[in-house]
Design a protein around this ligand. Sequence first.
Ligand SMILES: [Zn+2]
Length: 357
Amino acid sequence: MNVLDELNQVSILQIAEDLGLDVKRHRMVCPFHEDDTPSLVLYPHTNSFYCFGCAKTGNGISLYSEIKKMDIKSTIQEMAVEYISDFQQNKNFTKKKIPTSNLFDVAEIRRIQAKEKPTEEIHSQIYESFRDFCLQQKSNELSQKALDYLKQRGFTEKTIKEFRLFAIKDYTEVTWYLKQRFSTLDLQESGLYNQRNNLIFYSHALIIPYYREGRIVYLQGRVIGKPPEGTNRYCFLNNQPLTLFNADVLKKTKTGETVYITEGAFDCMRLVQEGKTAVSLGTANIFKREWAKLFKRVNVVFYLDNDKAGHKAAEELEKIFTHFNISCTRKNLPESYKDVNEYYTGRLGSNEQLGMF
Ligand SMILES: [Zn+2]
């Protein structure tokens, strides 16, 4: 294990205590903004923090460096001495001559710290209550609109059911319902509610759940249809680590089988509908190195969006996978298509054109 890995294992609660910060029930008054209530929450399961007042976020190492006003390099050295018991005797750190640029690269730190930790049970309970409440409400105009939209994007009812997509039929009712069932702190920590204690999916009524072993571990909202000016198409949970979409499929794959990695969940769903095995990253900007291990036995094909971010991500991913000795190739979309789903819909026509509904 390298120094960063080890430091990322140090409990953020321990670090906060050692820094002399006054933490009660994982909360403290935020040192980064004028704060008179304890707005900063420490998350021991991910060793990270988030301030609900100023949105400052980070991990144990960044907390240490911010409070001590030290640069990241000195922070890591000081923390190594303080927290790694055999660090003085273990000369590996200096002996190996790990290039400084590698060791202290911020992106690298972020990648390493973003370790896969199980989603807290209470969060899954919140996400599932949210889904169950939405599903048991009677269909209405909004849910019909969501369904029509998905069909127009080329999805069959079978696919929609298989991935258990759902729609918020009444924003006010589901907001109220969850507030009755769960505490404000839990709702905010789950990332489903913002600091004003409102459900985050106000404009994003179409919900894409991410499952792991049958439990919902992450949620993503989408605007139904074209987003209005100034609104993003997608809305992700607040301050929750992104996880792979459809990752459970990797358990069922055979050695040497081809697995597509796409950017959007819709692209992944579409490939599955076409009989392929696929997972999606959710966005081109995030890939956790730990994920690479999940693909050890398979043949990876990157099938990302036809834009700058997609091309760049594919290049980066190829490097990471090659580093882990995982066989991978890249598949490019024809010029005029921006993503996988658009390609299939454009090529095959929507379901309506096929007369399937
Ligand atoms: Zn703050």
